[in-house]
Design a protein around this ligand. Structure first.
Ligand SMILES: C[S@@+](CC[C@H](N)C(=O)[O-])C[C@H]1O[C@@H](n2cnc3c(N)ncnc32)[C@H](O)[C@@H]1O
Length: 220
């Protein structure tokens, strides 16, 4: 229908010109959806932002330089149940509302295979409070924000707002409620992907780690 309308409205020369433009656009913006290049068991890096992890299918809602698959990580409908061996979500879970978090953790549980590993890194409210108290002079200096970026998100896109917060006690409780086992914190360094650098290891501006890095497993 659209094709025949375009045919009626354009000359062959105009159509050839449009095709040329489309071809050059394809070169500038190569196809982002590389889902077909991945096979199960998938290793998913959810909410990758600009960080591409080798060996992972990097997923984000936005077309970033790192993304392999653009998808809403609340749904992930193209990944069948029990098809994923590993999920990594770094500084992402805090971007969802209180009511969304458990359905998301349950959806990730469904797609994980038995024995599959979930790793989550989030801003740690316990660590933030401690660092905040120890650096009160900094936060009480005119012009210094009370760490609003870390607490409320960068707010650079509609996907960049923080809606909830965690400490180890609360996150492990939520994970267990969704069926996960063996919840435990894992070290900030070295990164579990050799050479990777992301928010899970960040310790600036005070030289102290502020992330909660937690892993859990879907039981066999
Ligand atoms: C703070 S960034 C973290 C980026 C990266 N993981 C890191 O550690 O630097 C959060 C990312 O989650 C993505 N995101 C937020 N909500 C999402 C959703 N519903 N589906 C897919 N990605 C989402 C954002 O687009 C953003 O790239």
């Amino acid at each position: 229908m659209l094709r025949s309308q375009i045919r009626r409205m354009t000359t062959p020369e105009q159509r050839a010109k449009i095709l040329d433009i489309l071809k050059s656009l394809k070169k500038i913006f190569p196809k982002i959806d590389r889902f077909a290049e991945f096979t199960p068991p998938y290793r998913l890096h959810l909410g990758c932002g600009n960080i591409k992890l080798e060996g992972f299918c990097n997923v984000d809602a936005l077309a970033t330089i790192a993304v392999d698959v653009i998808d809403d990580i609340r749904e992930l409908r193209r990944f069948p149940n029990n098809s994923v061996s590993e999920i990594y979500a770094c500084h992402v879970l805090e971007h969802f509302g209180h009511d969304e978090v458990q359905p998301i953790l349950k959806r990730w549980f469904e797609i994980l295979e038995p024995g599959g590993i979930l790793r989550i890194s989030v801003p740690d409210i316990d660590r933030i409070v401690t660092i905040y108290k120890e650096n009160l002079t900094h936060f009480h200096t005119k012009g210094h924000s009370p760490w609003i970026g870390l607490i409320y998100g960068g707010q650079s896109t509609p996907y960049d707002f923080h809606k909830t917060g965690y400490n180890a006690c609360w996150l492990s409780y939520l994970l267990e409620q969704c069926g996960y086992a063996d919840c435990q914190e894992y070290p900030h360094e070295p990164h579990f992907v050799p050479g990777a650098v992301d928010a899970s290891q960040a310790k600036e501006p005070f030289g102290v780690f502020f992330s909660l890095n937690m892993m859990a497993r879907k039981p066999f």
